[in-house]
Ligand binder design. Structure first.
Ligand code: ARG
Length: 493
């Protein structure tokens, strides 16, 4: 055992060893940890802290590890973590005299941060791509439904008519912000801790910038204590993921509700539904239900992360080890949820009849009726509102739906409330009570009129594409950086 043997007489209690080991969880950062070791050895050589032959031997042993499936290494818990395992493997391969030089001027504390950030940079981009895919499915579906009427709700009570496109576009906007939030965390992760060592740097004449460049970090952490002693940069992507899941969970909840028999607004695909073992008629929205519950998991992970870090004294403490798997859990749950919700959106079919019926039943055109009185007949809006409020009450009392309200009803209500007649024409009245016309008249930027919707969707698409290009460029850069590092390693060995 490379760590304990000269310090302690006793082996660690095997229960404690298992308890403190992060080996299993570390598999997620295996490749990254090997790459960090490679960059570090290259730097040691270039700073004349290793001879060429020494560096070559260490690097060829690291190359072998790079190609290895880490699951085939013996994951003995007494090794504590992947960092010790890798060092031990190198010592086995290169002998204790040379292998023992690998850990010169580095610590597990800076190494683990470097590896987590490298992996998180990749994972955050993948999650962002999944968010953008959802944005595209929403935008594409919306484009098919520019004139599909839908009741808009506030307080879960029918409010005003809008379109299915407008509804989907609302979520697309929110998810675009989620993508941007995730992308911002990428920049926060883009800083190299290497050279911080345990916490106060090193007296070896190393080159921190060189390691950062080799690993594809744009910056070097300025303060070595902060480099190993902070985890806010890890909580931040978890927070962006939690916000994404909260938005996603609302969409899932909407889909569950709106596909119920009571609403009947949406038909969701069989491929993503399940049935019951006893009730043969059932079609359950289990994907959406589990997306909703994954949101709880991801929120829980964030809460756990915040709680975990809040009591940790400066700088590195092993508590941090328990933080990392929470990030991977959040990334994976969010990505899977996004992929499936995008599929649900792609395949959802709105039921226009049912949505139209709900618009009528809910007097959704009430606001527009008041608007017409105000716009065309000079009635102050509040007065016009009162006319329609009165009309609504009268209609409800007599059990009428909006279809059954006539121009005469409106005129009577106006006379009653305003104490004077309103010369509203049949034509004006017909336009006002037609929800499609109402929607077409909502030409305000961001509103549901088809031209307005078309430009919103075009803008959304353009912005989402821009972020997709960012991801592609960043991923290509990551790939190139890794190849360049591997090439430099190969050239030296
Ligand atoms: N396994 C640790 C982690 O994931 C690596 C750093 C351990 N450092 C230490 N001093 N024990 O955080």
């Amino acid at each position: 055992m490379i760590l304990r043997e000269r310090r302690f007489e006793k082996q660690m209690d095997p229960r404690a060893a298992r308890f403190i080991s992060s080996l299993e969880a570390d598999l997620r950062i295996y490749k990254e940890t090997v790459l960090v070791n490679m960059a570090h050895v290259l730097m040691l050589y270039r700073c004349r802290l290793l001879k060429r032959r020494e560096a070559a031997t260490l690097l060829s042993a690291l190359r072998k590890l790079y190609r290895k499936d880490p699951r085939r290494l013996a994951l003995r818990p007494e090794l504590e973590d992947i960092h010790v395992l890798i060092e031990e493997e190198i010592i086995k391969a290169a002998g204790p005299d040379l292998g023992g030089k690998l850990h010169t001027a580095k610590s597990r504390n800076d190494q683990v941060v470097a590896a987590i950030r490298m992996r998180a940079k990749r994972d955050v981009l993948q999650a962002e791509r999944a968010v953008l895919q959802l944005v595209f499915s929403l935008v594409n579906k919306a484009a098919e439904h520019l004139t599909t009427l839908m009741p808009g709700y506030t307080h879960l009570q029918v409010a005003e008519p809008t379109t299915f496109a407008h509804y989907l576009g609302a979520y697309a906007q929110a998810f675009l912000r989620d993508a941007i939030r995730l992308e911002n965390t990428y920049h926060m992760l883009d800083s190299s801790p290497m050279g911080a060592c345990a916490l106060s740097g090193t007296s070896f004449p190393i080159n921190r910038k060189m390691v950062a460049d080799l690993l594809g970090f744009v910056r070097v952490d300025t303060n070595t204590m902060d480099a190993v002693g902070s985890r806010d940069w890890l909580i931040e992507p978890m927070s962006a993921l939690a916000i994404t899941m909260v938005d996603l969970s609302r969409l899932a909840e909407d889909f569950i509700l709106m596909s119920s028999g009571e609403f009947g607004f949406l038909d969701l695909p069989e491929e993503l539904s399940s049935t019951s073992s006893i009730m043969p008629q059932k079609k359950n929205q289990v994907v959406a239900e589990l997306v909703r519950s994954k949101a709880a998991l991801v929120i829980g992970n964030l809460t756990a992360a915040l709680s975990l870090v809040r009591g940790v004294p400066q700088s590195y403490n092993l508590d941090f080890q328990d933080l990392t798997p929470l990030l991977w859990s959040s990334v994976d749950a969010t990505e899977q949820s996004l992929v499936l919700m995008a599929e649900l959106v792609r395949k959802v079919k709105p039921n226009e009849k049912r949505m139209r019926a709900a618009i009528d039943r809910g007097f959704a055109i009430a606001t527009e009726l008041a608007n017409v009185l105000a716009r065309k007949h000079g009635v102050p809006f509040r007065k016009a509102y009162q006319v329609v409020a009165y009309l609504t009450r009268k209609a409800l009392e007599s059990g009428k739906t909006i279809h059954q309200i006539s121009l005469l009803d409106l005129k009577r209500a106006a006379e009653e409330v305003l104490q004077k007649p309103i010369p509203i024409s049949q034509q004006e009245f017909n336009v006002a009570v037609d929800p499609l016309k109402t929607v077409q008249n909502r030409r305000v930027p961001g509103g549901p009129s088809p031209p307005s919707m078309r430009s919103q969707l075009a803008e959304l698409r353009a912005r989402a594409k821009k972020h997709e290009r960012f991801i592609a460029t960043a991923e290509k850069a990551q790939e190139r950086t890794e190849q360049r590092l591997l090439n430099q390693v190969r050239r030296l060995t």
